[in-house]
Design a protein around this ligand. Structure first.
Ligand code: CMP
Length: 146
């Protein structure tokens, strides 16, 4: 079935690899139905990653995610959630380079923290994160912040 997922190009990748990533996404057959560049506030980054609150890397993760712009995209395709996860590769680029050398993280990620891209792990998270980014924090066309 057609599905939607959220794809985030994180601040490390925005500096050098934004165009390559967008090109690869399109070549893989995804339709990008929304795309917005934004700088997350600390509060937004904390909320976005609330599942990771309390983990040892949480503060670093929040610092990293709000240090520069992110690209927020809604991707549409059959099995979009799983396909985008496969295209990103494993969280840790060391592992990605071994198991999925063509994946985005193998190609572009610096380390397990600065790993270039994000995608939700299941459909429920995908819908929740799309709503958060394009509705709740006001990036959508009818958003309250713009
Ligand atoms: P992401 O898939 O967006 O989900 C949570 C993020 O936390 C992850 O990508 C990395 O950016 C970061 N992360 C996950 N595990 C670690 C770790 N062990 N050390 C540092 N950062 C991590």
């Amino acid at each position: 079935p057609q599905e939607q997922t959220l794809a985030v190009i994180k601040p490390d990748a925005m500096e050098k690899h934004k165009d390559d990533i967008i090109e690869s996404v399109k070549n893989q057959g995804f339709l990008i139905t929304q795309m917005k560049e934004t700088v997350l506030s600390r509060e937004m980054a904390e909320e976005f990653y609330k599942e990771h609150k309390g983990k040892p890397f949480f503060e670093q993760l929040v610092d990293y995610m709000c240090r520069g712009p992110c690209m927020m995209m809604i991707l549409s395709k059959e099995n979009a959630v799983e396909e985008w996860r496969n295209m990103m590769g494993p969280t840790n680029p060391k592992e990605a380079k071994e198991s999925s050398p063509g994946s985005l993280r193998a190609r572009f990620a610096k380390d397990i923290l600065e790993n270039s891209v994000h995608g939700p792990s299941n459909l429920q998270h995908a819908l929740e994160k799309i709503k958060f980014v394009f509705d709740d924090i006001g990036l959508g066309p009818n958003g309250s912040l713009q």
